[in-house]
Design a protein around this ligand. Structure first.
Ligand code: SF4
Length: 333
């Protein structure tokens, strides 16, 4: 018997897959890639690293499907709404299950297993919601949840004896004690994506996302920028992103696209790189220079020499006095 195992790289899906594999069921690991995965904040390669590690340890093949474009559309307008932040969990799960169904058919597998635990997550792991997700993905009755199976109605694979129901577990609720005990039993101490979460549940990231959506600026490559630095809305269509450390400064330099301005202090001054997008008037460059200067180590001076240039363009310099806290706060997203 062959099944598709949804693997996020987190503990629950790892345990569910291990338990099922130990029952002699052939597994193919499956995950989707989106730019919102917490495991890999600085690129759009999503959870593929975490899931890849788990699949390798279990000795099973991994299928990863990039759903970034479709997912951005879901984030824009989720049919079933958002969770407490910008997380459209129900629509996200429906998309994942739909893709898993395609993989199931292509691989000649008979059902899907997941690490879901009844009642563990407020939005997507309530009974009614789990049923809705199955229905909308046309997988009704074909999703086995090995960690919670015994507190759920028997599925078609259990009824048909494809997987022994009496060997499945009865974990439910928000406590993680059951999973930790099982992890100990399986000697699983290192799972690559312990948070198992995504950036859409992060309040600060969600604030930035809402801002770009409000200004109709959400694009796939723009998501990478949302993960970096401190963000300031200077006016409609104009944003400044200021690096918080050396690594972000480097990433901002490479994130620049045509028309963007890069600002940075003179070599002998410690301070951030900033990226100005959407504005090119001298007033906006001056304001960006003053915000950049706010984060420079001025060594007692009242201004900083801030260079600015367009990608591949000529460098100019301005003397910028740092903006005050009040103005900074009013512009910060
Ligand atoms: S937390 Fe993120 S990845 Fe997980 S179901 Fe919700 S939207 Fe999808």
């Amino acid at each position: 018997m062959k099944a598709i195992a949804l693997i996020s790289g987190g503990l629950d899906s790892t345990l569910a897959a291990k338990l099922t594999k130990d029952l002699g069921i052939e597994l193919v690991a499956f995950n989707t890639i989106s730019p919102f995965c917490l495991c890999n904040q600085r690129s759009s390669s999503g959870c593929v690293h975490g899931a890849g590690k788990v699949a390798k340890e279990l000795g099973i093949k991994l299928i990863s499907v990039n759903v970034s474009e479709e997912f951005i559309e879901i984030v824009r307008k989720p049919k079933h709404g958002y969770g407490s932040n910008m997380n459209p969990c129900i629509d996200c799960r429906i998309l994942l299950f739909k893709k898993a169904k395609i993989a199931m058919e292509q691989e000649g597998a008979s059902f899907v297993i997941t690490g879901e635990v009844l009642g563990q997550r407020p939005m997507s792991q309530k009974l009614k919601t789990m049923q809705l997700i199955e229905r909308e993905s046309e997988l009704e009755g074909f999703v086995v949840r090995p960690l919670s199976a015994q507190v759920l109605e028997p599925t078609i694979p259990e009824k048909n004896g494809w997987i022994p129901r009496d060997k499945l577990l009865a974990i439910n609720g928000r406590s993680r004690k059951g999973q930790f005990a099982l992890a100990k039993e399986f000697a699983i101490f290192d799972y690559p994506c312990p948070s198992g979460g995504c950036l859409l549940t992060d309040p600060e990231f969600s604030r930035r996302l809402k801002d770009v959506m409000l200004h109709d600026e959400l694009t796939l490559d723009g998501v990478i920028l949302l993960k970096l630095g401190r963000h300031f809305r200077l006016s409609k269509g104009v944003k400044l992103v200021v690096g918080r450390n050396e690594s972000e400064n480097g990433l901002l330099e490479s994130a620049g696209r045509e028309g963007d301005w890069l600002l940075y202090p003179k070599d002998d001054l410690a301070g951030p790189t900033a990226l100005l997008r959407g504005g090119s008037t001298q007033d906006l460059i001056d304001l960006s220079g003053r915000i950049t200067a706010h984060y420079c180590d001025l060594n007692g001076s009242v201004y900083a020499d801030i260079f600015y240039r367009r990608a591949g363009g000529q460098e100019s310099c301005l003397k910028a006095s740092p903006v005050d806290e009040g103005l900074l706060k009013s512009l910060r997203i």
